[in-house]
Ligand binder design. Structure first.
Ligand code: 5AD
Ligand code: SF4
Length: 435
């Protein structure tokens, strides 16, 4: 009889890729993927805890499975990833949801098979939260779900301890993969037909193998075949002239950079422990634009960090105006227990943060819309990612990360196509294929 798994993923690309590794483990055990928890023999929640709403979202969905579990006693529910890795959270989860069978942390992912086998032998909940990160496990073969893109981890963990951020506590210290293993993985992905490689790390610029990050990127960019190369995330403090040179030299490296600034106020940047000033950030942006004028720059911004005054917030708006980001993720500061910022005085009232985020989103949207308008009439190269059944159009992205939709009477997923842009609706473009 066939056995089925269903994975629910929250959070960043790192988690999306780790869910592919979970899928790899489960398929190695003979499970097949299914679309709904009702059909599944095992449901895995791969969780995130970066902001409170990410946690609440997961809690809500785990709660909704209670009835299903009562009706399907043999179904296994596993909750893993960043949420249970936080201090005392695994116990809380167990108390709140006693019907969850397996609770595992970020460093236990590769043990999932043995945790499932253990659960089959024992009645009580299996809880495995490793405190230390240990060696990098190269054994997990992901079952990839994002063709024609392939995510490739180059490093794990973070040493930066930005004062608001829980990531260093749940993902441990920085560990870099062996550069030869990374290059081999990319080489075989290209041979398999992947057309976009995205290198992943919390701060790729602090990659420390026998190569530096710019050297690693260069080696990958030299590989044969037509593919696009992206990477994320870059911490501004480590974003270097060497990296700009490599980006400029190799056409395979997309002219697109995610460079989270978080705030435009030097006082707040200092309190956030970001280790750069707004002027230093702007200098890096200017150096990048001087060498690669068409480079799209995207960012992350936080409003309502403790002590943020209206003047600080205005500085964030001013910086966003100056840089003219291609797009940005905007967040309301969320207090994370155990971080330095959680103990800071002057937490900003919710209404103030809400008003600020609305103003910031309006600015970013207007910049994104204006940039979209400049595309009209231009021809862009899109890597087709998917067919959007609702719109009846294929979709993909250009090298700058802009989404483009187009009609086509044959399946072109995984192919590069040239589109003449006819319409720009907010962040996405629509057009027709041209030769
Ligand atoms: N509150 C709000 N946003 C946060 N981020 C990280 N921690 C928090 C927090 N406590 C944001 C940062 C980071 C992105 C991944 O999430 O902007 O760059
Ligand atoms: Fe969090 Fe800062 Fe590390 Fe990014 S660099 S994961 S924001 S601590």
């Amino acid at each position: 009889m066939n056995k089925f798994y269903h994975i629910v993923t929250y959070g960043c690309q790192m988690n999306v890729h780790e869910s592919e590794k979970i899928a790899g483990i489960l398929s190695g055990m003979g499970y097949e993927s299914c679309d709904f928890p009702e059909q599944a023999d095992i449901v895995v929640f791969n969780t995130c805890c970066i902001r409170e709403n990410a946690e609440n979202h997961a809690f809500g969905n785990i709660g909704m499975l209670k009835k299903l579990k009562q009706a399907k006693k043999d179904m296994i529910i596993a909750v893993g990833g960043c949420l249970p890795q936080q201090m005392n959270k695994a116990e809380n989860l167990h108390e709140k949801f006693p019907y969850v069978d397996i609770i595992f942390g970020t460093h236990n992912l590769h043990d999932l098979q043995s945790l499932i086998e253990k659960k089959r032998r024992q009645k009580k909940t299996v809880i495995e939260i490793e405190d230390s990160e240990g060696e990098i496990c190269e054994e997990d073969k992901p079952l990839r779900t994002s063709y024609p893109n392939a995510w490739v981890n180059i490093m794990y963990g973070c040493n930066n301890f930005c004062s608001y951020c829980i990531v260093p506590y749940v993902r441990g210290r920085e560990r870099s993969r062996d550069s030869r293993k990374i290059i081999e993985e990319v080489r075989s992905l290209i041979a398999e037909g992947y057309r976009e490689i995205t290198l992943l790390g919390q701060n790729v610029n602090s990659y420390r193998g026998d190569l530096t990050f710019p050297q690693l990127l260069e080696e990958i960019a030299k590989l044969d075949g037509k593919f696009r190369l992206r990477f994320m995330t870059s911490h501004p403090k480590d974003f270097s002239p060497e990296l700009i040179e490599v980006m400029a030299k190799y056409p395979k490296i997309c002219h697109c950079l995610h460079l989270p600034v978080q705030s435009g106020s030097d006082r707040i940047l200092k309190a956030m422990n970001r280790k750069y000033t707004s002027a230093q950030y702007l200098e890096k942006v200017a150096a990048l634009r001087k060498r690669i004028p068409d480079c799209a720059i995207t960012t992350d911004l936080i409003v309502g960090f403790p002590g943020e005054t209206d003047e600080d917030f205005r500085a964030t708006l001013a910086l966003a105006k100056k840089v003219n980001f291609a797009s940005a993720f905007t967040f309301v500061y969320s207090k994370r227990e155990g971080t330095v910022a959680a103990k800071m005085p002057d937490q900003v009232p919710e209404e103030v943060s809400k008003a600020r985020i609305m103003e910031l989103v309006e600015l970013i949207n207007s910049q994104t819309r204006a940039l979209s308008q400049t595309y009209i009439g231009k021809t862009i190269e899109i890597l087709c990612e998917d067919y959007d059944g609702k719109r009846g159009l294929y979709m993909g992205r250009d090298e700058y990360g802009r989404m483009g939709y187009f009609p086509c009477d044959k399946n072109v997923v995984g192919q590069f196509v040239n589109i003449k842009v006819e319409q720009a609706n907010g962040v996405s473009l629509t057009g027709n294929i041209v030769d």
